[in-house]
Design a protein around this ligand. Sequence first.
Ligand code: NAD
Ligand code: ZN
Ligand code: ZN
Length: 346
Amino acid sequence: MRALRFTDWKTPPELQEIDDPEPGAGQVLITIEAAGACHSDLHLFEDFEAGQMPFDPPFTLGHENAGRVEAIGAGVTGLERGMPVAVYGPWGCGRCHRCRQGMENYCERQSEIGRLGGGLGADGGMADKMLIPDARLLVPIGDLDPVVAAPLTDAGLTPYHAIARSLPLLVPGSTAVLIGIGGLGHMGVQIARALSDARIIAVDNREDALSLASELGADHTVMSGESAADEIREHTAGRGAEVVIDFVGVDATMQLAAQVVKTLGHLTVVGIGGGTMEYSFFALPYEVSLATTYWGSITELMEVFELARRGHLDAHVQRFSLNDAPKAYGALKDGEVRGRAVVVPS
Ligand code: NAD
Ligand code: ZN
Ligand code: ZN
């Protein structure tokens, strides 16, 4: 089968022919129908080097996956051949307290396990097929289009989890500032809109991303840059925002977030841009809570699918064939993707 392999640090991925995996006991083989291209993959093969991640190449990329059950290993019950499924991306131990709560993203044994999930240390879904090491990691999607479901597993789930933590603040009259309206951010706008009546201010440095944000329900859009903080204050009658979520995470966006978050607000950094911001007694308004978030729980993923089924959340996708998967990452890097680039192998 074909697979887009991450072969070495600081090296672009390469399409290779590899053997079809076979499911052992408890495992499931799926045929991939869609695999999203996440910006984290760009960080992986462009920015990181050996020792910074708890795993090493080689492995197949792709950590946003959906497809159909192709073969079922011994002892697996409840799944049938041909059943449409999505893959819950963060793979923990499955047994610790956090994993039992459905939060494999925060598995207590992650450091012992090494790999973070399929496409992140283990073979992922930018391939014709993907081996799922445990049936518990599959979520049946029913009649949801796999091309939509795949990006929902990360680009949908990650902002859903980040917004969920701040939902009590998003009362009518409050403001959510979402920075970076790409794969994650364009879902974030829809999720904030569906779950709250807060004023949504979308920030990006691309006009196209801002126009998408408006289409998806943002109340205001702001081009990032020197005047962004002032513009956001104008939109909030000078008060700033209860919730700021930074889907970029570079110095400029984190500093903008700090400038516009208000007293008792939440500032959440989701983007892995490697930026820093000042934190000291006087650096932020009183009682601002800071958090980074990583992915989300499997029950939140079910909620994200439900939001999509009920028509509140739609992934805007640009399709690429598996042979063109490197081009999907090229387009992502060049800022040419509106929403999410999704690889469709067949
Ligand atoms: P993306 O490339 O699709 O979107 C990023 C968006 O940010 C683009 O629209 C881009 O124009 C915009 N942007 C870039 N620089 C900006 C700036 N200075 N000011 C305003 N906007 C700017 O990326 P994505 O796949 O949505 O991922 C976003 C970030 O989130 C990446 O760093 C990725 O690694 C990270 N990520 C984190 C998690 C997590 O669990 N924490 C999960 C998935 C992705
Ligand atoms: Zn990702
Ligand atoms: Zn665990």
